[in-house]
Design a binder for this molecule. Structure first.
Ligand code: CMX
Length: 435
């Protein structure tokens, strides 16, 4: 399967000299101005990272190598005309920058299947944790424990030249992505199905196999899993999971460490944990209102009470987006097509009518529209994946594709260790006074 690696190198190696040229010829020029506001509100909008896999537009949403979500859902290869595209195709697109042929996707699927063996000690590490530890704790511990397998780390310690780092990183990344479904499914079956594990089926595609190993073997769940894995895969480089993976990788930590760290960022409530929080919050609302089918007015009242209690409304708002997230829309289209009259999906749809005007009226909230997490839990729940605490692990399996494709490129370009400056608050006060 070396041809995918060769194709990547063939397409991308010119970037090494382009990057070096930019550094050499433009290193002293001013790129942009930044405001106090940007620095003081989480470095929002400062162009500080090189990420080729995808770019987020505030008004259009994510584009993977220039292709929007509706475009990739039309153009990437799929197993049957009615189905969703295979995530393998999106990985190929993010890594190489071109829409793959069906054959490329099948080959990548087979390559990942041959790399999918998880060493026993990783399962032992998971089993050593109490079953009550959060699935994201188990997931990140498992990923970090697999660093024993890192060929990049071994190669670095053996003293290889830095121009070959990317080559070893590529093999680590492919192995790591290939193994994540097995690890995720193992945690799922351990926590919720009394350790009754299901062996992988190497004939299945990557996402289909994940559904299979979780014990949700229907074609419907596999179709949903493919959609889920595609839409969560990447959101340019500045979000917490992507940025953390990139930052840790910049110290030349192996990708198992880098992704493990990124996953711990994803586990935060303002990021990937929001997909659990949405469902938790809806069930709290139903309990509070003592009904399974609340009216629009009851939902409005509950949203207001959430805001007045100083909490955020999960699944709404975004640091960059200023419109309804196209990943939300893709899931809504899926639900409109395949799911009729599901109580939870109906509530999610009513929230979409109710929440934006309320958040918009608060004044300080930059984006009142739903993000990806507002819909995903209701779809999983509908198809029988009801264990909310596990949802962020599924987000993580998908997100690994984008952040790890970027990590290969980081090492190919030879990006240096990341090291911004920090100052005491007084320094910022002085700067402001001297303006
Ligand atoms: N409910 C209530 N208040 C909200 C809000 C929401 N959904 N979204 C933003 N706000 C508040 C912020 O908490 C902030 O309040 P303070 O000034 O008192 O601190 C204010 O509005 C301004 O925030 P912002 O500039 O609009 O948003 P940020 O870039 O700071 O934060 C995000 C973005 C996503 C963290 C925020 O919208 C949020 O907390 N949303 C709910 C959690 C969520 O859905 N996260 C998932 C995001 C997608 C993902 O990464 O998976």
């Amino acid at each position: 399967m070396e041809y995918i690696k060769n194709r990547f190198y063939e397409k991308t190696n010119k970037c090494i000299s382009e990057y070096q040229k930019l550094r050499k010829e433009h290193g002293d020029k001013v790129l942009t101005e930044i405001t106090f506001g940007q620095v003081l509100t989480g470095m929002k909008g400062i162009p500080a990272l090189i990420t080729d896999t995808s770019k987020l537009d505030a008004n259009e949403g994510i584009r993977f190598r220039g292709f929007s979500i509706p475009e990739i859902r039309k153009r990437l290869p799929r197993l049957n005309p009615e189905g969703e595209p295979l995530p393998e195709g999106l990985f190929y697109l993010m890594l190489i920058g071109e829409i793959p042929e069906e054959e490329d996707v099948i080959n990548l699927s087979k390559d990942w299947a041959t790399r999918a063996h998880v060493p026993q000690h990783v399962f032992d590490v998971i089993d050593a944790l109490p079953k009550t530890s959060k699935p994201m704790t188990q997931f990140s511990a498992a990923i970090v424990s697999m660093a024993t397998e890192s060929v990049f780390q071994k190669a670095y310690r053996s003293g290889i030249h830095k121009k070959y780092y990317w080559d070893f990183m590529y093999d680590d990344v492919m192995n790591l992505i290939a193994r994540l479904p097995r690890i995720a499914a193992y945690i799922y079956r351990r926590c919720y199905f009394k350790d009754k594990h299901i062996e992988p089926d190497p004939r299945l595609d990557w996402a289909g196999n994940l559904a299979h190993m979780m014990g949700h073997d229907s074609d419907e769940v596999k179709r949903l899993m493919r959609l889920y894995m595609v839409i969560h895969a990447d959101h340019e480089g500045g979000n917490v999971s992507a940025h953390t993976t990139h930052l840790v990788g910049s110290a030349l930590s192996n990708p198992y460490y880098a992704l493990g760290a990124g996953m711990l960022g994803l586990a935060g409530p303002l990021h990937g944990y929001a997909n659990q929080d949405v469902i938790n919050w809806i069930f709290e609302m139903l309990e509070d209102l003592n009904t399974e089918e609340p009216t629009k007015e009851q939902i409005e009242g509950y949203v207001q009470r959430t805001l007045h209690s100083g909490r955020v409304v999960p699944g709404y708002g975004h640091a960059v987006l200023r419109v309804t997230d196209p990943r939300f829309t893709a899931q809504k289209e899926f639900a409109d097509k395949y799911i009729k009259n599901d109580k939870l999906v109906n509530i999610v749809n009513t929230l979409y009518e109710v929440v934006p005007p309320i958040l918009g009226s608060v004044g300080k909230i930059s984006n009142p529209w739903p993000n990806v997490d507002a819909y995903s839990g209701s779809l999983l729940y509908h198809y029988g994946i009801k264990e909310h605490a596990f949802y962020t692990v599924l987000f993580g399996v998908s997100r690994a594709m984008g952040v790890l494709a970027s990590l290969i490129m980081d090492r190919l370009y030879g990006l240096p260790i990341e090291r911004p400056s920090s100052y005491p608050l007084d320094w910022f006060k002085e700067q402001a006074e001297n303006l």
